[in-house]
Design a binder for this molecule. Sequence first.
Ligand SMILES: C[S@@+](CC[C@H](N)C(=O)[O-])C[C@H]1O[C@@H](n2cnc3c(N)ncnc32)[C@H](O)[C@@H]1O
Ligand code: SF4
Length: 369
Amino acid sequence: MTHVSSLYLHVPFCKHLCNYCDFYKKQYDPASNQLEDFHQFLNQSWDAHENLLKDHGMKWSPLESIYLGGGTPSLWGEAGAKFMQSWLQDKLSLAQDCEFTMEVDPGTWKPEMIQSWRNIGLNRISIGTQSLDPVFLKIMDRVHSLEETHELLIYCQKEQLNFSLDFLLGIPFSKEKNRDIKNELDQLLQYGPKHISLYILNARSKYPFIDALPDDEYIREEYLFVSEYLQSKGFKHYEVSNFALPGFESRHNIKYWRGESVTALGPTGTGLLNISKKSGVRYKWKVSRAEFETENLGPDEIKLEHIYLSLRTSHGWKPDSLTPQLEGIFEKWVERELGFFEKGTMRLKPSGFVILDSLMDELFKEKLA
Ligand SMILES: C[S@@+](CC[C@H](N)C(=O)[O-])C[C@H]1O[C@@H](n2cnc3c(N)ncnc32)[C@H](O)[C@@H]1O
Ligand code: SF4
């Protein structure tokens, strides 16, 4: 019997639907039955999920990580804490040092709400900061104010609550309006974050400011600047989009990058059951019914995913065998100053992280991986 000890739970509603965001969510309407429907969805999912685990010889062990993502988990509020408490009594348990994270939108929190979750084990929040400049918050269609962000940061600092910040690059008009990234980071660093997630805006063709996005070179420079600056402040750039002070890496996400089993619940929540080194099952919850679709992963899929996920992290990728062609590609990456190749392991530098997708294309075009 194999054990699973990590859970992602997708909370599918938001106060406002930001125009750049592709995550699955619906407009939150407190007057509707949304919360009851969500609870029903989760309760109905539970049995199907138990059967899935059983079918693959898997069983829960106390959770080492739980991640409430969205959408906007902070909107689930005290009702959510009550719901989760009943699950923690009946269905799940937390390991003693479980990393329990909730994504919080600065416009949808109250101290009592966070306290109700802390009472049942929450010990980390991930704040959707995006930018500390009101001009760029507005451009990003965020409806919370900068004051609300600062209030939340002051609360975390006062309460000694571990928190991570989301910070966006590639914001439209950044060049024209002289976005001062260093100033924004300095403001954030004052609050003593231990973890920062750095995202480059990913825009679809229908995005209203599609023609005002900065060019690739500008974004590359922003990314490399942030990486260097945060490293100078003691952060480790430990994954393409993530920085942490030593010991504060996201334990939940590390499990994904290592290809370990991470279960998921909630509409569009996607889980992975790692059955063996050569096989796995990915499942994704539907949005309308508490049912999921599965995808069986064979040795080739597992290997490709392992390469991609390993190269994303500062640990890098150590191929089982190093063919002359693969060695040739690695040498070129080193010459282009995109990474290091030492003791059979290829580790990318930030200059490689920022073009990871094109490096993966180089590998797969040559069928080297
Ligand atoms: C689920 S949201 C965080 C919680 C909350 N909903 C909020 O926005 O404050 C997760 C993060 O994804 C990032 N994100 C959303 N859409 C994105 C996009 N199109 N490109 C890059 N990052 C995106 C945002 O930085 C956001 O903070
Ligand atoms: S609040 Fe967060 S999840 Fe909701 S639309 Fe905005 S970025 Fe997306």
